[in-house]
Design a binder for this molecule. Structure first.
Ligand SMILES: NC(=O)c1ccc[n+]([C@@H]2O[C@H](COP(=O)([O-])OP(=O)(O)OC[C@H]3O[C@@H](n4cnc5c(N)ncnc54)[C@H](O)[C@@H]3O)[C@@H](O)[C@H]2O)c1
Length: 384
């Protein structure tokens, strides 16, 4: 194969965003040949592509080697399973599924290593995130002792929540900010720091919007080495903050406004504490702003190119879909902890969580009335 024939399943906001850059020929070796959507109106924007009104007919058509799934999250699981079972390569939007039990079902369908199965964790391509990963993996920070991430710049309006009948409903989406906006940061949390062993969280339901799911979260995490974490997010705060602070034995790193500032201890804090005769001061430090590549808007294209290269040349994946279960487990643990009013030990009781979610789904307002006249320019979502 020298060209991968792709079909996009779900050509709403994100599906069209992917279609636009692929159609311009930006992805070497990838040709967009088909679009699939259950809403016929959405297909009218793609007269140049073969059109399908249900995913099974696309998958069985023989027209595509690979699919990109950009539907609401619950459908990622059953569409992904059908596509993998049919032998297709799959690139799945985040989150790979709504809950851990569904993630396991989806991942279990990936039995053939020759089939490429990737997830759209585009924020792994942000230069400051790549640099942080290198610094942590190279031990530049020493042992990590504390992580705080305030990510409150995911502001969303009521118009956004009414722009899709599935949005912010238990039955249509399975959660709120943790399942829609924060899968990116939750993925980065596990990518950079690994998984915690315990989670205690407080999630406010519809605190800032007329929605039935969480739009405000404060979570406390504990890691196996004794490190602690705090994760705070909301879609109801403006202007909001995006500030990650990491404390390590070798110093402190702050990532904010796309800059990494490293206050580096000349001596490890633990060693200084044991050996210094000083009572009130820490070790001498250097202040360093870590140089990185400029921020770029090609985060998604890089994942799509990498997916194509993995199919054509065996290039290792930036974001294997199997890793997507971890961010879902973090999101589920936070919701579970808040609903049960207790600390959750990981791995989560995924069947218990699924049961709880089913109970919430039974109370859901889904489907909501969808508002058509809203500004759906997706690039404003990740263009900050
Ligand atoms: N990676 C990113 O930066 C990013 C950004 C936004 C959204 N997303 C993800 O993309 C996905 C879609 O989000 P969106 O904002 O584009 O939603 P959307 O509502 O704008 O689009 C979803 C589309 O899927 C179609 N659809 C629903 N069920 C289907 C099915 N069974 N088969 C075929 N089509 C179906 C709908 O008709 C709609 O056109 C979500 O999972 C979301 O988390 C990712």
């Amino acid at each position: 194969m020298d060209k991968v024939r792709l079909g996009i399943i779900g050509v709403g906001g994100m599906g069209c965003f992917h279609a636009d850059y692929i159609k311009t020929g930006s992805i070497n070796g990838l040709e967009l040949v088909a679009a699939c959507d259950i809403d016929p109106e959405k297909l009218t924007a793609h007269p140049d592509l073969k059109q399908f009104s249900d995913h099974k007919s696309l998958i069985e058509s023989g027209e595509v080697d690979a699919v990109l799934i950009a539907t609401p999250h619950f459908a990622h699981t059953y569409i992904g399973i059908d596509a993998l079972n049919a032998g297709l390569h799959v690139l799945c939007e985040k989150p790979i599924s709504v809950h851990v039990a569904d993630c396991k079902r989806l991942i279990a369908a990936h039995t053939n290593p020759a089939q490429i199965f990737a997830a759209m964790f585009n924020q792994r391509n942000v230069p400051v995130h790549i640099k942080l990963k290198q610094m942590i993996d190279n031990g530049e920070l020493g042992e990590i002792t504390r992580v705080n991430w305030i990510v409150t710049d995911w502001f969303r309006t009521e118009a956004y929540y009414s722009s899709g009948s599935w949005r912010a409903t238990w039955k249509g989406e399975g959660g709120g900010v943790l399942l829609n906006q924060c899968p990116h940061q939750l993925d980065l949390m596990q990518w950079l720091f690994g998984m915690p062993t315990k989670v205690r969280a407080f999630c406010a339901i519809g605190a800032k919007h007329d929605i039935e799911v969480e739009d405000e979260v404060t979570a406390y995490l504990e890691y196996a080495n004794g490190a602690t974490g705090v994760f705070i997010t909301t879609t109801g705060e403006a202007p909001g903050t995006n500030r990650l602070e990491i404390a390590g034995d070798r110093g402190k790193v702050v990532l904010e406004n796309n800059r990494i500032c490293f206050t580096r201890n000349e001596t490890l804090a633990s060693e200084f504490s044991k050996t210094s005769s000083e009572c009130y001061v820490g070790p001498p430090t250097w202040n360093i702003e870590i140089p990185t590549q400029p921020a770029q808007m090609q985060q998604h294209m890089t994942i799509t190119q990498n997916f194509t290269d993995a199919i054509l040349n065996g290039t290792p994946l930036i974001a294997p879909a199997e890793e997507g279960i971890k961010s879902v487990e973090l999101a589920n643990s936070m919701l579970y902890s808040s609903m049960k009013g207790t600390t959750i030990e990981l791995p989560i009781d995924n069947i218990g969580y699924e049961e709880m979610l089913k109970g919430l789904m039974a109370t859901s307002r889904y489907p909501k009335v969808e508002q058509k006249n809203v500004n759906r320019d997706m690039s404003k979502s990740f263009g900050k």
